[in-house]
Design a protein around this ligand. Structure first.
Ligand code: PLP
Ligand code: MG
Ligand code: MG
Length: 606
């Protein structure tokens, strides 16, 4: 997947000077927004996180954008006497190595779909084209029957076949970019990137993808009038989507999602065995790994299913001898049940669900059983109570006693920062639909590659959930072993873009601020919680039910549900509790509104 872009913006745009001479032409505004800013915002919204702008003429305008946007300006000092191919070449050293790049002209007004068509095309290097337009200044394309580029020209008569025109949005592989830079040294300096691509196409496949998209370039006053009166209204019409009614989910996942994540599922039907889908899977795997480790040492295995599928795959596939399970809630118990189902030998330490773990007792148990043990299995954040277990301390024990640590991070991953290498975690199971704020249906195990390699030799205990087989398929074919939840994967791609933009630490901060609003509200209503703040994950709170005679959980649930708030029952044995989670696309004000509604309910049943 493409994560970097170059916008070629060094030129003087002199044909537009009569209308717009104070600033570079890409600062011309459509509904008060300069077209360059719309382009930058669109690039960021599709996950491009490294944007280079090749500048020259009036470069200070572009420099000023650095205050607001994460962009880098690269100067072509010879902009007045060189073409856009020279500007492209000066950007070379500022690109991330071995990654493809999106190459855009700066004077375009285009719909977002144009970016998606280019990013998601299966070809390493491609130019986006559309059926012939009559805006003026078209660059016509001649292509082979296999849709590879032969030639481009502004003069139709130069070409044998001209059924498509260049848009100005292109995808270039790392290797082809390097070749283009070499070509720029061979061609005369006034040449443009189009000339570079035509030369490249003589020896390498440059695909022409043709899509019926809404766009135009703005080179002349006529273009500008056309852009504002025809193209912009059409783009707005295409990109306006209805708001989806918002429910405030206070259950611990599936969590409240953004509309952009919901809409990311609406994509053309695609067979998940196609190359472009494989690229999306690879990119998602790398993004997930990068949230808690490095891709050189760690890898992510995607598995269709809920969070339990990942925990099940992890436990059934990696334990070589006896496991020590640290259990202090319903999900610790589930780990025991999974191991029991597969007849995997295990020892369990039960700890009080609302109390912190006693590390001394755990160490003593490890010493006692050391000869048999190979793994420790535990839940990071016990969703039963909201208790946060100190995986780093158990990781230290694992290092001392040469054990491998497997954690269920289903309800912590994506919010509570985890560094697998530093914490000595070898395997981590989680899911798309909690703190990552994606949709339900996809789970994953993030693994230390060396530890995963060892599991290849273990006899498989199941068929569908065998971790090594899933990994092997993803590595060898870039495809999932079985049919994946296709649309959930598109939503996850968008959710990961949004998580990266917010940052895991900031996301946790936002969740904590929701939790603090919740705690203040619960205090004001005299409702008691169970876990001390010091050991609390601040993601889900177990609350003792009020002792009012007319209280009834279902009744309270119904009252709040009617008002848009979904609350969750307790899961703690005999304690009469209910739970409120504060994960997902929520803000403090949502929690404050919930507290108001809860207060109203409690006063009604008083
Ligand atoms: N583990 C933990 C810690 C959880 O919180 C959950 C669900 O809330 C699960 C496992 C199971 O996830 P799922 O219901 O997606 O199978
Ligand atoms: Mg032009
Ligand atoms: Mg132009």
């Amino acid at each position: 997947m493409i994560k970097q872009a170059i916008i070629l913006a060094a030129g003087m745009g002199s044909r537009l000077a009569a209308l717009h001479d104070k600033a570079p032409k890409s600062f011309i505004t459509i509904e008060e927004t300069p077209i360059i800013i719309r382009s930058i915002e669109l690039l960021l919204s599709v996950g491009i996180d490294h944007i280079l702008i090749g500048v020259g003429h009036k470069k200070e305008f572009f420099e000023s954008l650095k205050n607001k946007y994460p962009i880098t300006c690269i100067e072509n000092p010879a902009y007045a006497s060189t073409g856009s191919l020279a500007t492209l070449a000066v950007c070379q050293n500022s690109l991330r190595k071995n990654e493809p790049v999106l190459l855009l002209e700066s004077d375009l007004l285009y719909e977002k779909q144009a970016l998606m068509n280019t990013i998601d095309s299966p070809y390493e290097t491609c130019v986006l084209s559309c059926p012939v337009t009559t805006f003026g200044d078209e660059v016509y394309i001649q292509r082979t029957y296999k849709n590879t580029l032969i030639n481009m020209s502004k003069k139709q008569e130069d070409l044998e076949e001209t059924s498509s025109v260049l848009v100005g949005i292109n995808k270039i592989s790392a290797n082809h970019f390097e070749k283009l830079c070499n070509i720029s040294k061979q061609l005369t300096p006034e040449k443009h990137y189009e000339d570079g691509l035509v030369t490249l196409a003589q020896s390498e496949p440059v695909h022409v993808i043709k899509r019926d998209i809404t766009w135009c370039e703005i080179d002349t006053p006529e273009h500008y009038h056309f852009a504002s009166s025809i193209i912009w209204p059409e783009i707005k019409k295409k990109e306006t989507v209805p708001n989806i009614p918002r429910n405030i989910l206070l259950n611990p996942g599936p969590a409240t999602t953004t509309d952009t994540v919901k809409y990311a599922q609406v994509v053309p039907d695609i067979c998940p065995r196609e190359a472009e889908f494989g690229d999306i899977l690879t990119s998602i795997r790398n993004d997930l790994t990068n949230l808690c480790a490095h891709t050189e040492t760690h890898t992510t295995v995607l598995i269709g299913g809920s969070g339990t599928a990942a925990v099940d795959a992890m436990l059934s596939s990696v334990i070589s001898r006896t496991a020590l399970v640290i259990s202090n809630g319903a999900y610790g118990k589930r780990m025991e049940e999974i191991l029991k189902t597969y007849n995997i030998p295990y020892i369990v330490i039960h700890s009080e669900p609302t109390e912190p773990l006693n590390i001394k007792i755990i160490e003593a148990e490890i010493i006692k059983h050391h000869a048999d043990l190979s793994h420790i299995c535990m839940v990071h954040h016990e969703t039963t109570t909201g208790l946060l277990n100190p995986i780093e301390k158990i990781g230290e024990l694992c290092q001392t006693y040469k054990l491998s640590l497997c954690i269920d991070a289903v309800s912590s991953f994506g919010a509570i920062p985890i560094d697998m290498a530093a914490m000595n975690v070898d395997f981590l199971a989680s899911t798309a639909n909690k703190n990552i704020q994606g949709m339900a249906g996809l789970a994953f195990v993030i693994a230390n590659k060396k530890a995963l390699q060892v599991t290849k030799e273990l006899p498989a205990k199941n068929y569908y959930l065998h971790l090594w087989s899933h990994y092997d398929s993803l590595e060898k074919t870039k495809q999932t072993r079985f049919t994946p939840p296709v649309q959930t994967i598109y939503a996850l791609r968008q959710a990961l873009i949004e998580l990266k933009q917010e940052g895991v630490e900031n996301r946790y901060r936002r969740y904590i601020s929701c939790w603090e609003t919740l705690m203040t509200g619960l205090n004001s209503l005299n409702l008691k919680t169970l876990v001390e703040k010091e050991h609390h994950g601040k993601l889900i709170t177990t609350i003792l039910e009020p002792t009012l005679p007319n209280y009834n959980f279902q009744d309270m649930h119904g009252y709040l549900y009617d008002r848009g708030f979904t609350i969750y029952p307790g899961k703690l044995g005999n304690n009469h509790t209910f739970r409120i989670s504060n994960i997902g696309e929520l803000h403090s004000k949502d929690i404050a509104l919930f507290i108001d509604a809860l207060k109203n309910y409690l006063s009604i049943i008083q």
